[in-house]
Write a protein that binds this ligand. Structure first.
Ligand SMILES: NC(=O)c1ccc[n+]([C@@H]2O[C@H](COP(=O)([O-])OP(=O)(O)OC[C@H]3O[C@@H](n4cnc5c(N)ncnc54)[C@H](O)[C@@H]3O)[C@@H](O)[C@H]2O)c1
Length: 266
C-alpha cells in the first residue's frame, strides 16, 4: 500500500547534488530539474562561462543554492582537488554526465586521442565514484552514470573509441551497485539515444565533413530507425535521471535505464 506521498518521493529537498558537464545539454537540464525538485547544487564543468550562466539562471528561476566549480575532469589531480574541498559537505547525489564524442575513423585513433576520450568519459567517473564512496562511507548515496546506447550498439562509424568508454560506465555502475549497496549506495546508469544538444550539433557538422556521414547523420536514416520518429530532448533524459536520483527509485540499483525512443528495439 502506498504510504509516502508522491510529492515527497520525487522531492530532493535537503539534498546536495553534484552534476558534471553541467554547462551544456543534458547536464544543464539535469541541474535545472534537480533545482526544481529542491536540491542544492554543485555544478562542475571545464567551461566556466557556461557554468556561471547556468548557475545564475537556476538561482533566479528556482532560488536554489548553487556552487560552481571549474574542473578539467580529464585530470585526476583536479578531481582530487575538487573533493578535498568537499570533505565537510559531500554531496548526497552524484551525476557523472560530462563527456566528449568527437568522431574519428577507427584507423586514425592515436594514443593521445584514445587516452583523452577515456579520461573524460570513463576515468573521470571512476575517480569521482571513488571519492564519493570514500567520503560518504556508511552514509551511502546515489550515483547516476551517463552512458550511451553506443555502448551496446555500434550506431555509426567513427565512434568506436566512444562506445568503448561508455560500456565501461555500465561495468562501473553494476560493480559499485553490488559492492556498496549494503552501505546504502544506489548506483545506476542511463543510456541515452540520439538527443538534440549543443554537443551533438557541433559534432554532427564535423562528422558530416570528415567521414561523409551526411545521409546518416542529417537525420532521416537515423530518425527512421527510432520508433518515436524523433530525437530526444535533454530534458527527457534529465527526467529519467531525476527518477533514478530520487526516492521514487529507492529499490532501483545496478540498473541501466535506456532513454532512446525505442532505438535499441531494432
Ligand atoms: N547528446 C546525445 O545524443 C547523447 C547520447 C548518448 C549519451 N550522451 C552522453 O550524455 C552526456 C552529455 O552529452 P551532451 O550531448 O549534453 O554534451 P554537451 O557537449 O552538450 O555537454 C557536455 C559537457 O561536458 C563538458 N566537458 C567536456 N569535457 C570536459 C572536461 N574535460 N572536464 C569537465 N567538463 C567537460 C563540456 O564543457 C560540456 O558542458 C555525455 O556523457 C554524452 O556522451 C549524449
Amino acid at each position: 500500500m502506498a504510504s509516502t506521498p508522491l510529492s515527497e518521493l520525487i522531492s530532493l529537498k535537503g539534498r546536495k547534488a553534484l552534476v558534471t558537464g553541467a554547462a551544456s545539454g543534458i547536464g544543464r537540464s539535469v541541474s535545472e530539474r534537480f533545482a526544481e525538485a529542491g536540491a542544492s547544487l554543485i555544478l562542475v564543468d571545464i567551461n566556466e562561462v557556461g557554468l556561471e550562466s547556468v548557475a545564475s539562471s537556476i538561482r533566479e528561476r528556482y532560488g536554489a543554492q548553487v556552487e560552481v566549480k571549474k574542473v578539467d575532469l580529464s585530470k585526476k589531480r583536479e578531481i582530487d582537488g575538487l573533493w578535498s574541498g568537499l570533505k565537510v559537505s559531500a554531496p548526497d547525489i552524484l551525476v557523472n554526465n560530462a563527456g566528449v564524442y568527437e568522431f574519428r575513423d577507427f584507423l586514425d585513433v592515436d594514443e593521445d586521442f584514445l587516452e583523452r576520450t577515456l579520461e573524460v568519459n570513463l576515468k573521470s567517473a571512476f575517480y569521482m565514484c571513488q571519492h564519493m564512496v570514500g567520503v560518504r562511507g556508511n552514509r551511502g548515496g546515489v550515483i547516476v552514470n551517463v552512458s550511451s546506447i553506443e555502448a551496446v550498439l555500434h550506431l555509426v562509424k567513427g565512434l568506436t573509441h566512444y562506445g568503448v568508454s561508455k560500456i565501461g560506465l555500465v561495468a562501473l555502475s553494476r560493480a559499485l551497485a553490488r559492492e556498496y549497496g549494503e552501505k546504502g549506495f544506489r548506483v545506476n546508469a542511463v543510456m541515452p539515444g540520439g538527443i538534440h544538444t549543443p554537443g551533438t550539433d557541433k559534432v554532427r557538422n564535423e562528422a558530416i565533413k570528415k567521414l561523409q556521414l551526411g545521409f546518416f547523420l542529417t537525420g532521416m536514416s537515423f530518425i527512421s530507425r527510432i520508433p518515436l520518429k524523433r530525437l530526444g530532448e535533454p530534458d527527457e533524459v534529465a527526467r529519467a535521471i531525476l527518477f533514478l536520483a530520487s526516492d521514487l527509485a529507492s529499490y532501483v540499483n545496478g540498473a541501466v535505464l535506456i532513454v532512446d525512443g525505442g532505438y535499441l528495439t531494432d
